[in-house]
Design a protein around this ligand. Structure first.
Ligand SMILES: [Ca+2]
Ligand SMILES: [Ca+2]
Ligand SMILES: [Ca+2]
Length: 482
């Protein structure tokens, strides 16, 4: 699997007729040239190293695209529903628009077998929103397709592992008992997403730029719920920590006004001027608690993954290997110190090029004491083991920041039925989707894959960490699925 990312930190604002359109880039997705005509929104999309393959893993990548619109009077952002009729949208070659039944976004992907960079390609989407004067913003998140397939669960040796069983169509349709699952798990009913059915998984952990874009679409109260320091704090205050910590450069560019006007956040890892090329836009967001993660996922109309889905995304259809990491082997070259080149830049990368590169076991004396750029191990020529890629092309499923998962540790976890986020969070900033483990208690959530400070065993594909933790912690981040 070849994946390589470049990051573009531009933020352009254009005035088109009465519409203000903000354009953004998340990871290396570039969305430019946005215009609105009636209910149609047109833009160009580009991203690097896209694929649609009929050889193993026989999947494709895609960009989950959703649109937010801001009422010019109330200044509140809302989620735009898109037409669920494929023929209402259009995409120039080589792309196609894949609609979803809830209309909360679309997947943009290659329409035919092929691979390589996708240059600026025009997309037009039909929105279903009422009349009014609005600003618009188009968001894009890179995803990998995870096809429907049976897969092996558990590795026989790792701490807390499930039993060595196969998850197949029958497992999903009938459920699994506690004794079949093993590992002290509670039973999984047929409604619990087990990873057998197809879904999409974010290619990368949530980046600092993506979190900034999320914060900047919230109200003051919602921002307050998802940052450590209040949005009213002075310009230059870091959002998640007191001071610059753990390579997290998200900070306040313009302070909010007490419970009325939200703050404006920016990436500024190299402190001084916000939004420069060396401001860590692509570094994995850290310091998130469960509530922060699921609010982001609800807002983006995604959902959290289950711990069984975590193993499917990572192992794919390959046979289990005792003690394996997300790249399917026990090769390990954890980057512990002083091997990070182009720090905070869009091409921050790790050396040397050995198999099993990952961000685990970073010590307190390291010059890298925090998460690194998502995709930092991948190059144009790297393979699965050298880039640390999971089977279907997702990156950093081992290490960097922990993957937060819905866990079969309690009834609160097994009740999860895969309800998708709907693009809207509460006035207080909470995710509010049926059966999701709640933000405050986090009961039913767990952690997979290890974080940058953890020992290497934590990165094992089948090691289960079922302890409930609702706190913000410097190695906590995450990603979503749909
Ligand atoms: Ca800067
Ligand atoms: Ca990770
Ligand atoms: Ca919601």
């Amino acid at each position: 699997m070849k994946t390589r990312t470049l990051f573009f930190s531009f933020l352009l604002t254009g005035l088109l007729s009465i519409f203000a359109v903000t354009e953004s880039a998340a990871n290396n997705v570039q969305i430019t040239g946005t215009s609105v005509s009636g209910s149609n929104i047109t833009f160009n999309i580009a991203w690097d190293n896209s694929w649609n393959a009929n050889v193993a893993p026989a999947n494709w990548d895609a960009v989950w695209v959703f649109v937010k619109f801001q009422d010019c009077n109330t200044r509140l952002w809302a989620h735009a529903n898109l037409s669920t009729v494929a023929g209402d949208h259009s995409a120039a070659s080589p792309l196609m628009v894949e609609t979803v039944t809830d209309g909360k976004g679309v997947f943009i992907r290659r329409s035919a077998l092929g691979g390589g960079n996708v240059g600026n390609t025009q997309i037009t989407l039909k929105m279903n929103i009422g009349a009014g004067t609005f600003n618009y913003k188009v968001f894009g998140i890179e995803m990998v397709n995870v096809p429907q397939a049976a897969f092996e669960l558990g590795d026989g040796v790792s701490s807390g592992t499930f039993n060595s069983i196969t998850i197949n169509a029958a497992s999903q349709s009938t459920g699994l008992t506690s004794s079949v699952l093993g590992g002290g798990a509670v039973a999984a009913p047929a409604t619990f997403p087990m990873g057998y059915n197809s879904f999409y998984c974010m290619k990368y952990e949530i980046s600092q730029l993506q979190y900034v874009e999320f914060l900047n679409a919230l109200t003051y109260d919602q921002q307050k719920a998802h940052t450590f320091n209040d949005p009213i704090s002075a310009a230059g205050t870091y959002a998640m920590y007191n001071g610059f910590g753990y390579r997290n450069g998200v900070r306040i560019q313009t302070p909010g006004n007490n419970a009325a006007i939200p703050a404006i956040y920016a990436c500024d890892a190299t402190a001084g001027v916000e939004g420069n090329s060396d401001d860590g836009q692509g570094i994995a967001m850290n310091g998130l608690n469960w509530g922060d993660l699921i609010a982001y996922l609800d807002w983006a109309a995604l959902r959290p993954m289950t711990e069984l889905e975590y193993e499917k995304v990572s192992r794919g259809t390959m046979p289990r290997v005792a003690g394996e990491y997300a790249w399917g082997s026990i090769d390990l070259a954890n980057v512990a110190s002083n091997a990070l080149t182009n720090q905070y830049l869009e091409n921050e990368y790790m050396t040397p090029a050995a198999n099993g590169r990952c961000t685990l076991g970073v010590g307190t004396t390291s010059s890298i004491y925090g998460s690194v750029r998502v995709g930092a191990f991948a190059t144009g020529t790297s393979g699965r083991a050298s880039s640390g890629a999971a089977y279907y092309g997702a990156m950093e499923m081992t290490g960097n920041v922990w993957e937060r998962v819905v866990c079969l540790s309690s009834a609160a976890g097994s009740a999860f039925n895969g309800t998708l986020g709907d693009g809207t969070i509460t006035a207080n900033g909470d995710a509010n989707q049926n059966t999701w483990p709640t933000a405050a208690a986090a009961t039913g959530s767990g952690q997979r894959g290890g974080g940058w400070i953890d020992g290497v065993a934590a990165g094992r594909l089948s090691q289960r960490n079922t302890g409930v933790d609702a706190a913000r912690y410097p190695t906590y981040g995450g990603r979503g699925v749909r």
